[in-house]
Design a protein around this ligand. Structure first.
Ligand code: FE2
Ligand code: FE2
Length: 264
């Protein structure tokens, strides 16, 4: 029986920079956890920043390559590259959620967020393969830092982290993905459409997991979830929420309009 520590395994995956290795590390942890091969030990602290590929070029959000809407080769690559980066950062966000707050929130929380990390690793792998089929790969274009930055501000507080990462950032994915999916379908890219549909389905589950744990944490601390969520979003999310919202996908994830209606 192995005695690998859960926290040290998660820390190691966060500090793995090379994309394929991070994917492998995240999926291995999720599987090892399910098979009870990891010890409930928390002696390893989570790093302030995860490692990313060494040659990845970080650019300011305004300086990003244009994602094409018309379907030019360059624009298509920019779109899939931007999506691949979102999924790559999502691996770290899920691992960090599990490693940083799992001890405090318990085994179900750990299982849920490690399963999210494994999903994100799969999403990234699908998108990287898509990029390769277009003659590109992850790292070929600059990426931005914004996604990790908006999470890093909430490293001290599990409720703030849940409010921002699954319930704002991943929920935003539910709002914008259907339009991209429709466009990809119109361009006749069936393989691309299948990838986006799978991601959309999984992301509903991710938002549901985050929302459920947010409610549980509020219950434990005797707080009003809607009121607290709105305060946390105002404090930690500078962008403001952008309609239109995908109300049906959001409500499938348990995120009712009572949360976000007043904030747009
Ligand atoms: Fe994802
Ligand atoms: Fe996700």
């Amino acid at each position: 029986m192995s005695t690998r520590s859960l926290s040290c395994a998660i820390r190691e995956a966060l500090l793995t920079g090379e994309a394929k290795e991070k994917v492998f590390a995240a999926r291995t942890i999720a599987r090892d956890w399910r098979m009870e091969r990891l010890e409930w030990q928390f002696e390893c602290a989570m790093p302030d920043r995860p490692a990313w590929p060494r040659d990845l070029h970080l650019a300011a959000p305004g300086k990003m390559p244009k994602r094409g809407k018309g379907g030019s080769e360059k624009g298509r690559i920019a779109l899939w590259h931007a999506l691949a980066h979102i999924e790559f950062v999502a691996i770290d966000l899920a691992l960090d959620m599990a490693g940083r707050f799992g001890e405090q929130r318990g085994p179900q929380f750990m299982s849920d967020f490690l399963s999210v990390a494994a999903d994100e690793a799969m999403h990234f792998a699908l998108l990287d393969r898509k990029l390769r089929s277009l003659g590109s790969c992850y790292g070929a274009l600059p990426v931005h830092d914004g996604l990790w930055e908006s999470a890093a501000r909430t490293a001290h507080d599990v409720k703030a982290r849940l409010a921002i990462v699954p319930m704002v950032l991943e929920a935003r994915g539910l709002d914008v993905t259907p339009a991209t999916l429709e466009r990809i379908k119109r361009q006749g890219d069936e393989n691309g459409a299948r990838i986006l549909q799978r991601i959309l389905d999984d992301e509903i589950r991710h938002v549901a997991i985050g929302t459920r744990h947010f409610h549980e944490t509020c219950r434990d601390d005797d707080e009003n979830p809607q009121k607290l969520w709105r305060n946390l979003v105002r404090r930690y999310f500078s962008g403001g929420l952008k309609p239109p919202f995908n109300d049906s996908a959001r409500s499938m994830a348990g995120l009712s309009r009572a949360f976000y209606a007043g904030l747009a």
